[in-house]
Design a protein around this ligand. Structure first.
Ligand SMILES: [Mg+2]
Length: 171
C-alpha cells in the first residue's frame, strides 16, 4: 500500500465548494461523486435543493459527472434517477480503482481530468488516487448514522487527518 495514496489532492468543507469555477481553475472537466455523506446524509433518500442546483450548474457549464458508490444497486439507481444521473457505478468496492476507471470511461475523460469527491479517506481518497483522479476529501455531512465498519475506518482516518492538519490542508 502506497501511503501517499491516502493523501487527497485537496480538502474542502463540502460538495457545494466544488463549483464549476473550482474545477476550471484546476483544469478539471468531470466529477465523480460519492453519495452517502457526500451528496446526502447516510441513507437519507433525497438531496437538498442546493445540491440539485449545483448539479444543474454542472450541466449548464458542460461539466460531466457520474456517481460511484459502494452501496447496492437499488439505492444507487433510485437516487441517481431522482437527480437525473444516467451514469453510475454501484457495488464499486472502493478503495478498488476499478469503479473509478469504469466511471472515467463512462465520462469519456482521462482520470487526471476528473475530480473524485468523497468523505472517506480509506474508501474515496484511496480509490481515487489509485485510479489517478484528482481526489478531494470532503467533510462528511453527518457521521452519526454510520455503521460499525465505517466507524472503524473513521478511527483509522485520525492519523491521516492529523497529517493533513500539520500540512495545513485542513483546519
Ligand atoms: Mg461516503
Amino acid at each position: 500500500m502506497k501511503l501517499s495514496n491516502l493523501v487527497p489532492n485537496d480538502c474542502r468543507g463540502g460538495i457545494l465548494e466544488i463549483t464549476p469555477a473550482y474545477l476550471r481553475e484546476r483544469g478539471l472537466e468531470g466529477v465523480i461523486l460519492d453519495i452517502d455523506n457526500t451528496l446526502i446524509g447516510h441513507n437519507v433518500p433525497l438531496p437538498t435543493a442546493e445540491i440539485i442546483a449545483l448539479l444543474d450548474e454542472y450541466r449548464s457549464r458542460g461539466i460531466r459527472f457520474c456517481v460511484v458508490s459502494n452501496n447496492r444497486r437499488p439505492r444507487v439507481a433510485a437516487f441517481c434517477e431522482k437527480i437525473g444521473v444516467a451514469d453510475f457505478v454501484w457495488d464499486a468496492l472502493k478503495p478498488a480503482a476499478a469503479g473509478y476507471i469504469r466511471a472515467a470511461e463512462l465520462l469519456e475523460l482521462p482520470p487526471e481530468k476528473i475530480a473524485a469527491v468523497g468523505d472517506q479517506i480509506y474508501t474515496d481518497v484511496w480509490g481515487a488516487r489509485r485510479a489517478n483522479c484528482y481526489a478531494v476529501l470532503l467533510k462528511p455531512i453527518h457521521k452519526g448514522k454510520e455503521g460499525l465498519f465505517i466507524a472503524f475506518k473513521r478511527l483509522l482516518e485520525k492519523p491521516v487527518l492529523f497529517y493533513l492538519k500539520i500540512k495545513g490542508m485542513i483546519k
